[in-house]
Write a protein that binds this ligand. Structure first.
Ligand SMILES: [Mg+2]
Ligand SMILES: [Zn+2]
Length: 100
């Protein structure tokens, strides 16, 4: 499944509920799932980690849908030509913190 197919699937499954709930309340669900991912990474099985990564991506896709953002276009625009800081495929920036 591509990111575009996933975003479309999430839209079909959840868009009515997501739009009714709105971004602020939906964002809280994302934060809750990020907490679950943190716990899984710290002490979960590979299966639990995988499930929590899936949940976080699902909530990211949901919020992007509510906000009208095409994730495929967004990542292509920002990362499709290499590091946003230095433009290289293998980052040569002095700091690691260049995803601004
Ligand atoms: Mg979860
Ligand atoms: Zn770089």
């Amino acid at each position: 499944m591509t990111i575009a197919e996933f975003q479309r699937l999430i839209n079909v499954m959840y868009s009515d509920k997501d739009r009714a709930r709105g971004t602020p309340a939906t964002f809280l669900w994302l934060i809750e799932e990020i907490g679950e991912l943190a716990a899984a990474v710290a002490e979960g099985t590979q299966e639990e980690k995988a499930a929590e990564f899936a949940d976080v991506l699902a909530w990211i896709a949901t919020i992007a849908n509510v906000e009208g953002v095409d994730l495929t276009a967004a990542i292509q625009e920002k990362y499709g030509r290499g590091c946003p800081g230095c433009g290289r495929e293998v980052c040569q920036c002095d700091t690691k913190n260049v995803q601004v």
